[in-house]
Ligand binder design. Structure first.
Ligand code: EPU
Length: 346
């Protein structure tokens, strides 16, 4: 067990971006396939349920975990294929996402620059199909290699097998806590063959004074970093897990009813005539933006209403309670039931 770490009674405070201080019965870090069979043969580990954790940027812990918490430590980047215009990189799931995005723009590759500064690991990208500023992980992912947590078996998924959706994939549903993402393959465009994705209006505006034909992926990356730093609370300072709720999707008929009652509502029209409404807008309208409660330990960020924040010393239940109160208000005011994006471990 030379390159495997097993830690007992381990505080997860630095393994979740809400900075909630709970303990895992065991934390194990896996590097390669054979680590799983070795760990499974350890009876004290095999007797407990196993749970996978990435960067903990989408999780809310509410109590100590009588579990084996598994994280992937494999971090290598390997070129698997290239042609004149494209490069395929296979990347270890344990690598920090932003570090990888920065590596790609340093090499001039296009494809991931809009996803800069998203907290978490490469392995979480396909699980959650992370997305921001007009891009989603699934736009560039071609293959996902997994390890079965019960027997170590390898399995490779092609893009079409992953059942990607809005913050959704098969790794979160059918294979939750049974398949560990080990490597992810991305197809990126080489410097000369790519172009900026300026679909997100504020990004386009930020780059307005630039000649679009001369932009590099590094320029777009820098603009995204600036936008995020300005508009979103930094999880290293104010514990949070990004968007707490998903943006709700309503029918055209219901959307019209809402407009009659509430006036102009920002929206994004979907291909199937449905309307996606920013949950942040609903939460702000309900008066929650910038509010603090429970002795100011928890609250809704004053920068962005979709971010619930641990201002210090809050526990997971406090944040759940705040989220329930917000949900009730949105239900009551708009007849919309917000669905959590963050996974709460009860
Ligand atoms: N808005 C408000 N009040 C606020 C913030 C936003 O009313 O405090 C309204 C504005 O009308 C704004 C609209 O909400 O135009 C949309 O806001 P924003 O562009 O910040 O995006 P979002 O819908 O709140 C989504 C993703 C983010 C991603 C951004 C940018 C979800 C649940 N969230 O947020 O992803 O970074 O778009 O593309 O889809 C995450 O998933 O954790 C995440 C941060």
């Amino acid at each position: 067990m030379t390159d495997m770490r097993i830690q007992a009674n381990y505080s997860l405070k630095n393994h979740n971006t809400f900075h909630i201080d709970v303990k895992a019965h065991y934390l194990v870090e896996i590097e390669k396939q054979s680590d799983i069979t070795t760990l499974r043969s350890d009876l004290k580990l095999a007797a407990l349920p196993w749970m996978i954790i990435g960067g903990g940027s989408n999780l809310l812990f509410t109590h100590d975990l009588e579990k084996v918490v598994v994280s992937c430590r494999f971090k290598k980047i390997k070129v698997v294929k290239e042609d004149e215009d494209n490069i395929w990189l296979s990347v270890g799931a344990g690598l920090d996402w932003h570090t990888f995005v920065e590596y790609t723009v340093d090499h001039g590759y296009w494809g991931l620059e809009n996803l800069a500064l998203i907290p978490g690991t490469v392995g979480a990208a396909p699980v959650q199909n992370i997305g921001a500023y007009g891009a989603e992980a699934e736009d560039t992912i071609t293959r996902v290699q997994t390890l079965n947590l019960f027997n170590g078996e390898r399995r490779e998924f092609r893009h079409s097998d992953c059942q990607f959706g809005y913050r959704q994939s098969i790794f979160k549903t059918e294979y939750e806590n049974s398949l560990l993402v080990h490597r992810v393959t991305f197809r990126l465009r080489k410097a000369h063959a790519g172009h900026p994705n300026l679909y997100y209006e504020p990004l386009k505006e930020a780059l307005n004074d630039r000649d679009k034909t001369e932009l590099t992926s590094r320029d777009v990356f820098d603009a995204i970093v600036e936008i995020r730093q300005k508009r979103l609370p930094d999880p290293r300072i104010y514990g949070n897990a990004g968007s707490f709720f998903k943006n709700p999707i309503v029918s055209e008929e219901y959307f019209q009813k809402l407009v009659e009652k509430h006036g102009d509502i920002p929206y994004h029209k979907m291909l199937d005539n449905q309307y996606k409404i920013p949950a942040a807008w609903l939460i702000e309208q309900a008066g929650w933006k910038g509010k603090k409660c429970l002795n100011k330990t928890v609250g809704v960020s004053e920068k962005h209403a979709l971010f619930l924040v641990n201002y210090g010393g809050a526990n997971g239940e406090d944040i759940v309670m705040l989220s329930q109160r917000i949900r009730e208000d949105i239900d009551h005011m708009f007849g919309i039931h917000l669905e959590r994006e963050v996974i709460v471990l009860k």
